[in-house]
Design a protein around this ligand. Structure first.
Ligand SMILES: Cc1cc2nc3c(=O)[nH]c(=O)nc-3n(C[C@H](O)[C@H](O)[C@H](O)COP(=O)(O)O)c2cc1C
Length: 434
């Protein structure tokens, strides 16, 4: 899917020395629908008049990348760095615990046009750092040159952010293709010229978010300069979901972004690492007397197909059609008796529920989704899996990547598109007696 951010939709700020176009919310320009994409938080397209610039100001906990398109930009900071960057130079400043800097156009006659890019850092409170490197036009012509990466690979600048930034220059009909890994999204910004991207034409200043595509092909329409960001998809989806699930009071994104999808992406497998992580999260749930009464029977399509099939058969008819798409099905069981004295544990079902909730939040943090089901046939489950009397099959869990509801138009997609509803807060907080 390609979502275009049109040049004219950007936020705009202008004073006597600065003309700034904001691709995402910045300073006075606030649009909750455009807060950035994944860890890419800011792209400001700044035009600075001769001899003018940003006076000394501070930043913290942000990876700040400057990319000059025209003219010169002089920089001085509290770490003692001072330099002039020109077209082809890429500058990275890790603000970390805090830096101050000033940036200005040292020329008396020529304007400066540069892109200021902010990337969310992997960690807060890192020691401030500065790096600068020149990338010649030859290195970018007709190819995607890696400019910034987390580990400075292939001669790129390093940044403390899970983002790859590529730069490319293309002539008419020249093309480059970037392969997007599962779990990554891309954002592209057209610095100048016109470019075709997977069939759409973008103009200078346009941007586009590319998700759920295997690759991104850029083809020059005229001489074009493009920046392409390769970013973690999980963050992007969490932010998208947060926007769809507005809460009355701010809550953690893992709670706010979670929902029970009816559309799963049948083509996207859950890795063994992720699967282990989910059940590890369930394992660390609190439980009454630390009895840990939860058990899960797990079936994975293509890996333990027979178990998957058996769990699917245990589901009630209403759940089977949509759960069919989920690559992983689990059956949640509660051990009703304490191991140490065989007496009944009245918290067993509660603790199974809590473990499944932990599993669900771990899934959300990994970009996965879980839909629990009480709609199972417990007697059938007992027979199929030869469960002992003290073990109660309570719920099934459909686990996988949520499908994109807008891609399909069936009943389940419509259910996913419905706004989620909750009782008002005052209905669940009881003041005084009942
Ligand atoms: C224990 C439990 C059992 C559920 N059983 C079913 C079910 O059998 N079928 C179904 O479609 N949804 C089932 N759900 C999903 C709920 O309907 C869903 O959580 C609720 O509508 C709130 O929506 P949300 O999870 O998207 O916030 C179940 C959820 C839980 C926690």
């Amino acid at each position: 899917m390609i979502k275009i951010r049109n040049v004219n939709e950007r936020g705009h700020f202008q004073n006597h020395w600065l003309d700034s176009q904001h691709s995402f919310s910045f300073a006075e320009y606030y649009d909750p629908e455009h807060m950035g994409v994944s860890v890419l938080r800011v792209i400001n397209d700044d035009k600075v008049s001769p001899g003018a610039g940003f006076p000394t100001h501070g930043h913290n906990n942000m990876e700040i990348v400057s990319y000059v398109l025209e003219g010169e930009l002089e920089h001085r900071d509290s770490m003692g760095n001072g330099s002039v960057i020109r077209p082809g130079d890429v500058q990275r400043m890790s603000a970390g615990t805090g830096v101050t800097h000033l940036e200005f156009n040292p020329s008396n006659q020529d304007g400066t046009n540069f892109l200021q890019i902010w990337l969310l850092p992997n960690a807060r409170g890192i020691k401030p750092e500065y790096e600068q490197k020149y990338f010649s036009p030859q290195k970018k012509q007709g190819q995607l040159k890696l400019l910034v990466s987390p580990n400075g690979q292939r001669g790129s600048i390093s940044a403390h952010s899970d983002a790859l930034l590529f730069g490319t220059l293309l002539e008419n009909r020249q093309s480059v293709t970037h392969v997007l890994d599962v779990n990554r999204v891309a954002y592209m910004h057209v610095a100048r010229g016109r470019v075709n991207i997977n069939g759409e034409t973008l103009n200078a200043g346009d941007g586009a978010t590319i998700s759920d595509e295997k690759d991104v092909t850029l083809e020059g329409v005229d001489s074009v300069e493009v920046l392409l960001f390769d970013l973690p998809a999980t963050r992007h989806y969490l932010e998208e979901r947060m926007m769809k699930n507005p809460t009355d009071h701010p809550i953690h994104e893992l709670l706010g972004a979670r929902w029970s999808p009816y559309v799963f992406d049948a083509a996207k497998e859950v890795s063994t690492d992720d699967q282990n992580g989910l059940f590890e999260a369930a394992r660390w749930t609190m439980s009454s007397y630390n009895a840990q009464p939860w058990r899960y029977i797990v079936g994975v399509k293509g890996r333990s197909e027979e178990v998957w099939q058996q769990i699917h058969e245990v589901l009630l008819e209403g759940n089977q059609p949509w759960a069919h798409q989920a690559p992983v099905l689990a059956l949640g069981l509660a051990e009703h008796n304490f191991e140490y004295n065989a007496k009944p544990n009245k918290a067993a079902l509660r603790d199974l529920g809590a473990a499944s909730a932990n599993l669900t939040f771990e899934a959300t943090a990994r970009g996965l989704a879980v839909h629990q089901m009480i709609g199972i046939d417990p007697d059938k489950a007992r027979r199929v899996f030869s469960l002992p009397k003290s073990v109660e099959p309570l719920t099934a869990l459909a686990i996988g990547y949520a499908g994109r509801a807008q891609q399909t138009n069936d009943e389940f997609a419509q259910r996913d598109a419905r706004p989620r509803e909750r009782k008002p807060l005052n209905d669940i907080i009881i003041q005084g007696g009942w």
